[in-house]
Design a protein around this ligand. Structure first.
Ligand code: HEC
Ligand code: HEC
Ligand code: HEC
Ligand code: HEC
Length: 118
């Protein structure tokens, strides 16, 4: 109930952004991880990542389970399942950006898709 009201407030506040992007969180994904005690080094393997550093999917899998388990978890989304699609085994960060607002890559082509991403 409380979670739902917060969501509604969030949607109202970010409603205007939604037209351009699918309601990105104001705080980038990496910062939300750092706030949970997941340091730069845990994702990057170093405290001082170089410019253009990337994070392999296998690092994400260590905590979030395999791609198969993500597929299963989002099965209810049917054709719009972002983790089970014709793009195949793509980099998580084509959608889940580390340090900038995330965006749903599918929507570049499928303008009618309605997905939210944090
Ligand atoms: C949840 C995992 C995660 C954490 C934690 C994280 N990063 Fe990143 N970082 C990424 C991803 C993913 C990328 C690839 C680019 C993108 O998606 O934004 C990246 C890219 C970078 C880059 C290259 C960016 C560029 O545009 O050249 C730097 C530098 C960087 N991170 C620094 C840091 C520092 C410093 C910290 C700790 C404060 C940190 N990262 C914590 C996931 C993470
Ligand atoms: C060391 C473990 C760890 C690693 C590595 C990690 N995560 Fe997370 N991730 C977490 C935790 C813990 C949370 C917070 C879960 C919660 O609050 O319920 C989280 C939350 C998330 C969320 C939900 C967004 C949110 O703010 O609640 C997404 C999406 C996510 N991670 C994606 C990624 C991606 C993509 C990568 C690889 C670039 C990654 N994570 C790497 C542990 C990790
Ligand atoms: C095509 C875009 C896209 C790609 C690629 C993608 N995701 Fe996601 N992900 C999403 C969307 C959209 C959601 C939110 C779905 C929802 O909750 O309605 C999400 C949600 C999540 C969550 C949150 C789970 C939860 O319990 O709320 C995690 C963790 C996650 N993704 C991890 C990953 C990892 C790891 C990868 C790489 C193997 C990945 N994602 C690749 C779009 C993507
Ligand atoms: C580079 C463009 C592009 C991207 C990105 C893309 N698609 Fe597609 N997709 C297509 C094309 C082209 C077709 C085939 C034509 C059609 O049926 O619309 C298609 C077909 C589909 C279909 C079968 C047709 C239907 O509507 O039932 C599904 C489901 C689908 N895509 C889901 C996704 C999902 C989920 C993502 C993101 C994870 C995604 N697509 C990303 C271009 C793209």
């Amino acid at each position: 109930m409380q979670k739902r009201s917060l969501l509604l407030i969030g949607l109202t506040v970010f409603g205007f952004i939604q037209a351009a992007q699918a309601a990105p969180s104001a705080t980038p994904l990496a910062d939300r991880h750092v706030a949970k005690g997941i340091t730069c080094a845990i994702c990057h393997g170093t405290d001082k990542p170089e410019p253009f550093a990337e994070v392999p999917n296998t690092t994400c899998f260590q905590c979030h389970g395999s791609l198969d388990s993500l597929k299963a978890k989002f099965k209810h989304m049917g054709k719009q399942n972002p983790h089970d699609n014709h793009l195949g085994d793509v980099a998580c960060n084509i959608c889940h950006k580390g340090h900038e607002p995330s965006s749903v890559y599918c929507e570049k082509c499928h303008k009618n898709f309605k997905l939210n991403i944090r």
